[in-house]
Ligand binder design. Structure first.
Ligand code: PGA
Length: 255
């Protein structure tokens, strides 16, 4: 079955030194947690040091983005194989900040997801509606488009191995999280579509995690939803105590 998946998205926070201190400290907090997959996503500059610090621990490392070409004249970009070689096992693609501030389209997200899988990385593919889209009752239609186009061309086996993060844009960094009912509805919808488009096995194995103002105070109600398999945590992942708390509260026995 799907074990809970908790990832910390640090965004543009933490130096190499801060990363190493955090990972070592987190390792102490969570060393006995075998029933939650724990991942941190530092900036590119810290991916390798995070991976070194996480060696022989139960902490995995993700990058926050990638470029789909293998190598070439793409100033400022980093490829999937470079990320993999630096020691990451996961990579976030299609985060709403990338979509909104840096112009990532569904097509770009798709190319990035395919490149990640090709390099042996697990993509964490982010989807989610804006407040305006929710108010216009377009939430499920937006999710359909982002999931369909973002995962286009993947096999059922591949979809079964990836992570989809439902992150309503209005809940990111706002302190306003989706209610358990709102998250539950969106997650159930995404899983239904994964089943229709990629097969029952894919839908059953794919982790669908929630992101948007997740905190130690609200993780329990969110993860109690049957289709919420974990969380992508921004602000509350920057402090090791609160991130470890979220991990602990996600353990199956705690739910
Ligand atoms: P937040 O960010 O937890 O600070 O809302 C979540 C995210 O952007 O992944």
């Amino acid at each position: 079955m799907r074990i809970p998946f908790i990832a910390g998205n640090w965004k543009m926070f933490k130096t190499v030194q801060e990363t190493v201190v955090f990972v070592k400290e987190l390792g102490g907090f969570v060393k006995d947690v075998a029933d939650v997959e724990i991942v941190v996503a530092p900036p590119f500059t810290s991916v390798h040091s995070a991976a070194v610090a996480a060696r022989n621990t139960n902490i995995g490392v993700a990058a926050q983005d990638l470029y789909w070409e293998r190598e070439g004249a793409f100033t400022g970009e980093v490829s999937a194989s470079m990320i993999k070689e630096a020691g990451a096992e996961y990579v976030i693609v299609g985060h709403s900040e990338r979509r909104r501030l840096f112009g990532d389209t569904d097509r770009a997200v798709n190319r990035k997801a395919i490149a990640a899988i090709g390099a042996g990385l697990t993509p964490i593919v982010c989807v989610g509606e804006t407040l305006e889209e929710r108010e216009r009752d377009q939430t499920l239609a937006v999710l359909d488009r982002q999931v369909k186009d973002g995962l286009d061309g993947l096999t059922g086996d591949q979809v079964g191995e990836i992570v989809v993060a439902y992150e309503p844009v209005w809940a990111i960094g706002t302190g306003r999280h989706a209610t358990a009912a709102q998250a539950g509805e969106a997650h159930a919808h995404i899983r239904k579509r994964l089943g229709q488009w990629f097969g029952a096995g894919a839908a059953d194995r794919c982790h669908v995690i929630y992101g948007g103002s997740v905190k130690p105070e609200n993780i329990s109600e969110l993860i109690a939803e049957p289709d919420v398999d974990g969380a992508l945590v921004g602000g509350a992942s920057l402090e090791v105590g609160s991130f470890a708390d979220i991990v602990t509260k996600s353990r199956p026995a705690a739910v």
